[in-house]
Design a protein. Structure first.
Length: 252
């Protein structure tokens, strides 16, 4: 049985990952900043309300995890925020910093804490939720794009450092994912461009070969694969689950 820890695991992509790992027979521990969403998770899951950028809280979590589970097989560093939607010159610095803190610093703190546990066991898988924004530049999304590029750099370094200990690291890069977070992006971008939500949606979809958004379960299934023995030599990879993004500049 795998021990799996998922950040932002109570809703969206993280919840889909938690459901998929639980269905595969894993023991699941989810952390999230949303107490209401945590309350909807199954009682058999371990659950914690946590700010992923709070170093002391992360250290306390891992102390308890070590005491209760003894070790960790899989870390899904999934927590992220969309950040402000605006031209670079209009980006609020505080919004930029918060976006980078949650997306990048949170992933760093959890990887930093997980590494010693996995090294001791000489096995493990770390799965970062990045984005196609971490593969291309995106207009009006400077904070998010910058943070997700950096997540991929963190992943590459983790794969190199931890590989000799039997630990693999990979990034999943979702494209546009159906759900509340993307709806917020669509609404903000429509307002910034003076158009409609549907026009922005169509622009994003038309930039993929499959002309469609993906669903959270598509990301979750990739995570389960990357954590499995079937992917035992897959490491240091940036894997897009996006229907093949052809053009990252949404057409309106």
């Amino acid at each position: 049985m795998q021990n799996v820890l998922i950040t932002a695991g109570a809703s969206g992509i993280g919840r889909a990952m938690a459901d998929a790992f639980a269905e595969a027979g894993a023991r699941v521990w989810v952390v999230d900043s949303d107490a209401e969403a945590l309350g909807t998770c199954p009682q058999e899951w371990r659950r914690d309300r946590l700010d992923v950028t709070d170093e002391a809280s992360v250290a306390d979590l891992f102390a308890r995890l070590r005491a209760e589970w003894g070790g960790l097989d899989v870390l899904c560093a999934n927590a992220g925020v969309a950040g402000p939607t605006a031209l670079i010159e209009d980006q609020p610095p505080d919004g930029f910093r918060r976006c980078v803190a949650v997306n990048l610093e949170g992933a760093f703190l959890f990887t930093r804490a997980a590494a010693p546990l996995m090294k001791a066991a000489k096995r493990g898988a770390i799965i970062f939720t990045s984005s196609t924004a971490g593969m291309f530049g995106y207009p009006n999304r400077a904070p998010y794009s910058a943070a997700k590029w950096a997540v991929n750099g963190l992943m590459k370094t983790a794969a190199m450092e931890l590989g000799p200990f039997g630990i693999r690291a990979n990034s999943i890069c979702p494209g546009s994912v159906e759900g509340p977070r993307m709806e917020g992006v669509l609404a903000r971008e429509a307002a910034a461009k003076g158009t409609t939500r549907d026009a922005i949606y169509a622009g994003y979809a038309s930039g993929t070969s499959m002309r469609s958004f993906v669903e959270a379960k598509d990301i979750a299934q990739m995570a389960v694969f990357l954590a499995s023995d079937a992917a035992r030599f897959v490491s240091g990879q940036i894997i897009a689950v996006d229907g093949h993004t052809e053009n990252p500049d949404p057409k309106v």
